[in-house]
Unconditional design. Structure first.
Length: 166
């Protein structure tokens, strides 16, 4: 089983969405966790709401520091916000593959509920497409170059959604 760690600065929205979606679709093949360099301490309520509306489990989701996940030993670390992509990662990330899947932050939008919902759903749809494609494209071997190619191609070929109302 491939272990993925999704990182964003506050671990309250995008990385949480990625964790829940990956664990929903990746059963038996992928195991995901999420963390932040400066965790907010609570998951954004809209993240939980829209995940639940789409039938994704939210029970064990929490905003946490990447220091709390040292024992997780990820195979791949995926940053989902630009600021986290530019931060110095903990030493314990070691030699694992590091990839950036930049996504807009729907939790920062203000305005009408429909625009906010659409922004969340767009980010979720992008993550779902990437994870489903990842599952179909995973190399049969543990060749790190082939794995890196798959992860980087997902970032390049699945466009980042543009948030509504932005």
């Amino acid at each position: 089983m491939l272990k993925l760690l999704f990182i964003c600065t506050h671990n309250r929205c995008r990385s949480i969405l990625a964790e829940a979606i990956t664990n929903h679709f990746g059963q038996g093949h992928l195991l995901a966790a999420s963390a932040g360099s400066q965790p907010a301490g609570q998951v954004h309520p809209s993240s939980l709401r829209y995940l639940e509306e789409r039938g994704r489990a939210t029970r064990n989701l929490k905003s946490q520091s990447w220091d709390e996940l040292e024992a997780f030993e990820p195979d791949v670390v995926i940053t989902v916000c630009d600021s986290a992509a530019n931060e110095v990662c903990p030493v314990w990330f070691g030699q694992c593959l590091k990839v950036h899947w930049g996504l807009p932050d729907p939790s920062r939008l203000s305005g009408n509920e429909n625009d906010i919902r659409d922004a969340f759903y767009n980010v979720m749809a992008t993550l779902e497409a990437r994870i489903q494609r990842l599952l179909s494209d995973l190399p049969a071997s543990s060749d790190s170059a082939a794995l890196a190619e798959v992860f980087h191609s997902l970032a390049n070929h699945w466009p980042t959604p543009t948030p509504s109302g932005a």
